[in-house]
Design a protein around this ligand. Structure first.
Ligand code: C2E
Ligand code: MG
Ligand code: MG
Length: 310
């Protein structure tokens, strides 16, 4: 299957190898067909060309960022939506918007292939605005149930920027009051006065906040108290725990999170056995392939209709 991966490594190595090989072949041809005096400038020229080419290519991060910036301008990105379900009623209560990149050459790739490389760049903030605008267009056209929320992932660097609150409000438009911002624990958030003020301003406008990938990164328990999260999302890796330990762990996390006035969401529920464990662990909401995979807007429309009519 064609993947975005080649943008980073396989493709890079191949292109470097081809560039060097072609340069050497040209050099050989040139030395055969020209006089000895003409070989020196040809060598110099080919050497420079190869150096520029290789120098450019050995910076895969920069290359990927440039490709993503072009991709955003050319409309190569799109958004898919995954349902989030209430464990008690088993009804959908919201969706998470997830970014996809449809590269014209390498096919569709998930964020695991590019988000890490874009972390800490202004481009990722621009992508968040794109996701919000897309969600806004899609969900205002859908028969979007009134009680559903829409979760959008944000990055720490964006949260720390001056423009953060304006970016969110302008891009989200009418879906602002249904918005849940998911802040991943994998990036470190500085609790500066600006960040605290930005979150307080959004809270005043009914925007909710979720701590994503709980248990995997920089978070400590202060973070829970400082930022008044509405949801805490437990990473799917904890579902892989065996036996009693798994349900004990989930019960403890649920108790801790509830004391902070937040709800617990468990991510990555894939089968009935995992679903059963959650039912007896005090978990509020769940998300995973068992309930529904990330879907394009057309499928979401059908899903929303079915939810309204059941
Ligand atoms: P996340 O926010 O924790 O999103 C959940 C990820 O788990 C998604 O991967 C989803 O497709 C996947 N998932 C859901 N249910 C299951 C399941 O049952 N089994 C398994 N194995 N996986 C499941 P995805 O879409 O590849 O996104 C990966 C991460 O990339 C996200 O993790 C989020 O941190 C980041 N991301 C996605 N979209 C955006 C975005 O628009 N902006 C930013 N900053 N980050 C994003
Ligand atoms: Mg998330
Ligand atoms: Mg997560």
């Amino acid at each position: 299957m064609r993947r975005l991966q080649p943008v980073f490594d396989g493709h890079l190595e191949v292109v470097v190898t081809v560039a060097v090989t072609l340069s050497l072949a040209c050099l050989l041809a040139a030395s055969l067909i020209t006089s000895p005096y003409a070989v020196a400038p040809v060598v110099a020229l080919l050497g420079c060309a190869a150096a520029v080419h290789v120098g450019h290519l050995v910076r895969p991060k920069a290359r990927l960022r440039r490709a993503a910036a072009i991709g955003l301008r050319r409309g190569e990105f799109h958004v898919v939506y995954q349902p989030i379900v209430d464990m008690r009623t088993r009804h959908c209560v919201g969706v998470e918007a997830l970014l996809r990149w449809g590269h014209p050459k390498f096919g569709v790739g998930g964020p695991g292939l590019f988000i890490g490389e874009l972390e800490g760049t202004r481009l990722l903030s621009a992508l968040t605005c794109f996701v919000l605008r897309e969600a806004n267009i899609a969900l205002t056209q859908l028969p979007f149930p009134q009680h559903w929320h829409i979760s959008v992932n944000i990055c720490a660097r964006h949260l720390m920027e001056d423009r953060f609150v304006d970016d969110i409000c302008e891009s989200a438009g009418p879906i602002l009051e249904r918005l849940v911002l998911e802040l991943t624990e994998r990036s470190c958030v500085e609790r500066t006065p600006r960040v605290v003020t930005a979150l307080a301003q959004l809270k005043q406008r009914d925007v909710r906040l979720s701590l994503d990938d709980f248990g995997t990164g920089f978070s400590n328990f202060d973070l829970l108290a400082d930022f008044r999260f509405d949801y805490v999302k437990v990473d799917r890796r904890f579902l892989a725990m065996r036996g009693e330990a798994r349900s004990q762990f989930l019960k403890s996390v649920a108790a801790l999170v509830h004391t902070h006035g937040a709800k617990v969401v468990v991510e990555g529920v894939e089968n009935a056995a995992e679903h059963d464990v959650l039912q007896h662990s005090g978990i509020d909401l769940a998300q995973g392939y068992w309930f529904g995979k990330p879907m394009a807007v057309d499928q979401l429309r059908a899903f929303a209709w079915a939810s309204i009519n059941t």
